[in-house]
Each structure stands twice: as C-alpha cells, then as structure tokens.
Design a protein around this ligand. Structure first.
Ligand SMILES: *[C@@H]1O[C@H](CO)[C@@H](O)[C@H](O)[C@H]1NC(C)=O
Ligand SMILES: *[C@@H]1O[C@H](CO)[C@@H](O)[C@H](O)[C@H]1NC(C)=O
Length: 550
C-alpha cells in the first residue's frame, strides 16, 4: 500500500517534469504556429488559381447528383469516371451517416443540385493509362444550380472531383455546404511520386491500395514500386517463378501474384496514378540469387570461394539472357512507358576478390577501375530494356559513373546534403538530362516535431542553372524505405508528411507561406482521418471525426 502510494507520487513528478520540458524538444527552425482558418479553406495541394467567395450553398444528400454534361466526350460508358463519381459522392457527404438535421433544411431554394462534368478532348482517356505527358488540368466553377467541372481529359476531372470534395464543409447543424468558387488548376510538375519498398518488409495489397487512394487525395500521380531488393523478392514472375519461390520471405503468403499486380495497376489507373516498378541491379540483388543460380558473383577469400555472393555477375552471357527474358516480362506486366533500373550503391569488394572478374577486367583493359565494369553491365542492361521499347529511370550513380545513356533517361537524384544535391541537379540538367529529386524527401527518416516544414521548404528547381535547365526537372518523389516500416506504421509515417511534398510538386513555386500551409494541412489531415486513413497529427489539436481504429 505504502509502496504503491510512493510510486504514484514518483509517477506524478515524472509526468509534470515531462510536461514542463515539452518546448525543449521543438527543433530549431521549426515554427510553432497557431491554427487559424485559411482564406483557401482546406484545399490541399493549393490550386494554381482560386477564388472562394463568402456566398455558400447547401448540398442535398438525397438529390445531389454528379453527372456527365451533354457535350462531354466521356459518357456513361466511361467506367473510370462512373467509378470516381461513386467514390466521390461518398466523400462529398462523408462516411458519417446522420439522421439529422431535418431534410427540409437541405432542400431550400439556395441549394446546389449537382456537379456537372464536362470532358472536352475527343480522346477523353477512359481506357488509357496515365503518362508523364497526360493533361491533368481542370476548371471548376461552383454556382447555382450546378457546379461545373471542365477538363480536357479524365485525369483532370479526377483531380477536379477531389478538389470539389475539399470545398465541401459541414456547418454547425451538420449540413454540407460549399461556397461560390472559381478554380483553374494544373500541376507545376508532371512527375509527383511516392516510393514504397516491398522488399525490406512485405506490404499487404490492402495497404498499397489504401495508400494509392491517399495519393489521389493529394494529387500524387506516380507509384514508384521498389518491389524487390536484397532482403526479399516478392514479385511472382511467370517466367522465373523460382525467384519468389526461393527469394520471398514466404513463397505463398509474402508474394505479389500476377493477379495482385494487375489489381494494383488498375486501382492506380482509376485514380490517375502510374505504376513504375523498380528492379534494381546489379547491387541490391541478394534475394535474386536464391532462386537463380550463377546470377550473382561468387566472392573469394584468398584463392577460394568464400560462400557469399556479391552483385550480379557482369561477365557471364547467361546473366544477359536472364535479364532479357525477365525485362521482356516486366515490360508487358507493367504498362507504364518507364521502368526504374536502380543502379545505386554497387559494392565493388566482391568483384575485386573474384579471379575470373579480375581476368575479365584485364582483357577489357579496364585496369582497376571497377566503375568501368559497372558501366559495362549497365550499358548492356540499358540496351536490353531499350529493346522492350521502355524508357528508363536510374539512380544518380549511373550518371555519376559516366555510363552512356539514352537522351530520354530520367536521372533520379537522392544523395547528399542540400548543397550536394543542388550541384547534382545542375550537373545532370546541364548535360541535357531530365531529372527528379528525392534527397530532401526521405520520409523514412523521422525527427521529433514538425519535420514536414523542412520537406515543404525544399524546392527541386532551387539550384544554379538556366531556365532551360530548370525545365528539365520533371518533379520528385517522396521515399519511404522499408527497414523500419511495415503495414503497422506505414500510413501514419507517410501521411500527412508526404502531403507537404505533394503541395511542393503541384502548387505554384510562390506557394511558400508556412502558416497558411499549416492551417490548410491540419484540416486536410483531419479529412484523411475522416476518410479512414490514420494520418498522424501535426501538433496538439483535435479532429471533428477522430480515427476510430481499424
Ligand atoms: C465560405 O462561406 C462562409 C459563409 O459565408 C464563410 O464564413 C467562409 O469564410 C467561406 N469560406 C472561405 C474559404 O472563404
Ligand atoms: C558470350 O557471347 C559473346 C558474344 O555473343 C561470344 O563471343 C562469347 O564467346 C560468349 N562467351 C561465352 C563464355 O559463351
């Protein structure tokens, strides 16, 4: 009894000293901001041009319709849009069903009857896959009796539906309102991606789909699927089933079957999201070696094989036969015009230890420059992939090592300090290559406090270069590497921190007001929560509809 009381006192002392020290933890350079309402409501990412007036209309749940305009080139047969109408109807009115207020109140004359969707391009895109050149622009006019959403292609219409859903808010009586509004919008960058890593931990399909849905809420349009790596090979290949049979964490429960992959690609397409798979070689391939013998380089200890293996063996013809067949399959399974070929962090130690490789280096006249051997491999791989008619993305090392690249190669910058990545962006673009940035957006790195502000402030066009060079920056990707991430913590770690990147990549360069961003992002985060996404809080606050667990 006495002991318990003492413990309680100690506990109280500890608690109160923790409370008092809260401010010590706030990182330098991070602003603490008071929550206010923004003149842009809860729009996120902020559209290019917005005017919201103080005139508001009510939406009637029972009679409100989303429908195709008579002149729209996408009719009822456009299942992509019909699908989106159903999804967004739910979002407009919230998942939360109410029995009040009374219906009379909603159906007064000052109500908004519906949303009319007008697609203007003769090729609306209903059956197509989104691409880097896709037109994502739209215009939205909210006025009585119907709001009008106008877009050349379905991709813009999808973004416009999301934007409309963000204009809808609940008044004190629980009725849904929207203000008289005019918006004209388009993305600043064409490539706005999220990288998820399904090798270090297997991510269930359900989690991937939930994040695609959340990506659409944030107008991201590329899912960079880092599908295989050293720890596991969950991609079930039709041609080489032994790769996942032996290389996945489990051959049946921890694999992506052809049907899973198909479902993910279609789910993404319906939300205007491209799926770019990454099959990283010649490094990061330990799991490949389990199902494909002779693919990896045997490492030597002195004059004997040590029993361990290094990167892909670049001196065997069988390596290239294998890669040809695998990438042939990949090019068919993944419809996007690009694949990511990795090429990062190749460790030369094992290559150096292997006498066959040493002999090959001599024959080729590479001296001791193992970068040349890497280039030799990558060059041949690029030819293989080019023959499948795909374009490719590669991590910056491939460019740094001087590998000859096709003119349309995308160089993915991920290394270094701010100064270093800005120099790299300048170097890559002055060589005439298109590029995208990830260095400041490694969201797997976490820090106490509002680290989203740092992500928000980074800008991929901030480097020394001409306008011509700046135009070669096609966007960026937020990366969530999987060492410490699986289905238990993926979503709250990613959102709303990735939302900061989303606005940087979509909105105008001049949109940099941190307090306005905080005000909008706080409400946007609550909206994600209301939609069932466990997005973590920015700071002390509450949401009208809190997350209720799974
Ligand atoms: C929408 O209209 C209401 C009611 O007039 C007003 O209080 C609110 O500030 C408006 N919202 C925005 C974002 O302008
Ligand atoms: C590998 O292929 C090249 C070119 O096709 C050929 O000249 C060479 O003999 C082959 N090497 C082996 C070991 O089969």
């Amino acid at each position: 009894m006495f002991a318990a009381a003492t413990q309680l006192v100690v506990l109280l002392v500890v608690l109160s000293s923790c409370r008092g020290r809260r401010d010590d933890f706030i990182d330098e350079g991070i602003e603490e901001i008071a929550l206010q309402s923004s003149k842009f409501g809860s729009l996120w990412p902020l559209p290019q041009n917005v005017q919201i007036s103080a005139v508001s209309f009510k939406l009637a749940r029972d009679t409100f319709q989303i429908f195709d305009a008579k002149l729209s080139t996408a009719g009822p047969s456009c299942s992509l849009l019909q699908n989106a109408y159903r999804r967004y109807y739910e979002y407009f009115f919230g998942g939360v069903k109410k029995t009040w207020p009374l219906k009379d109140e909603w159906t007064d004359s000052a109500g908004l009857m519906g949303l009319q969707v007008l697609i203007t391009d003769p090729e609306p895109g209903c059956e197509q896959y989104p691409s880097v050149t896709a037109d994502e622009s739209y215009q939205l006019f909210v006025d009585q009796p119907f709001a009008v959403l106008k877009a050349p292609k379905v991709w813009g219409a999808l973004h416009g539906l999301e934007t409309f859903s963000q204009l809808v808010y609940e008044d004190e009586f629980g009725a849904k309102n929207v203000n008289l509004t005019s918006i004209s919008d388009f993305p600043r960058f064409a490539h706005r991606g999220i990288l998820l890593d399904t090798s270090r931990h297997f991510l269930p399909v359900k989690v991937i789909l939930a994040n695609l849905e959340t990506m659409a809420m944030n107008k991201f349009n590329v899912f960079h699927w880092h599908i295989v790596d050293d720890p596991s090979f969950p991609y079930l290949s039709r041609k080489f089933p032994q790769l996942s049979q032996k290389g996945a964490y489990h051959p049946y429960t921890h694999v992506y079957t052809p049907a899973d992959v198909k479902m993910i690609i279609e789910f993404a397409r319906l939300r205007g999201i491209r799926v770019i798979p990454e099959f990283d070689t010649p490094g990061h391939t330990q799991s490949w070696g389990k199902g494909q013998s002779d693919l990896l380089t045997p490492c030597f200890a002195g004059s004997k094989p040590s029993g361990s293996f290094g990167p892909v063996n670049p001196i065997l013809n069988t390596t290239y036969d294998f890669m040809s067949q695998l990438f042939q399959e990949i090019s068919i399974v993944f419809p996007d015009a690009y694949v990511h070929l990795g090429g990062d962090e190749v460790d030369f130690t094992c290559w150096k230890s292997n006498p066959d490789i040493q002999r090959f280096m001599e024959q080729q006249g590479f001296g001791q420059d193992y970068g040349k051997l890497e280039s030799f491999y990558i060059q041949r791989l690029l030819d293989i992939v080019a023959s499948t008619k795909k374009g490719y993305m590669i991590w910056q090392e491939v460019f740094d090592n001087g590998v000859k690249l096709k003119a349309d190669t995308l160089i993915h910058v991920w290394k270094g300090t701010q100064q270093q990545y800005q120099n790299e962006m300048a170097k890559v673009t002055s060589s005439g290559y298109q590029t995208l940035l990830s260095t400041p957006w490694y969201l797997n790195r976490i820090a106490y406090g509002q680290d989203w502000q740092g992500h928000y402030k980074a800008d991929p066009q901030d480097f020394q270069g001409t306008d011509e060079q700046k135009k070669l920056v096609i966007g960026g990707e937020a990366c969530l590497w999987g060492e410490y991430v699986d289905a238990t913590n993926l979503t709250p770690r990613l959102w709303p921190r990735a939302s900061a990147v989303a606005e940087r990549l979509w909105s105008a360069k001049t949109v940099t007001d941190i307090s306005d961003a905080y005000n909008r992002l706080s409400v946007h985060r609550c909206r994600m929560v209301e939609r069932g996404i466990p997005a973590e809080p920015l700071f002390s606050s509450y949401c009208p509809y809190e997350y209720k667990g799974i």
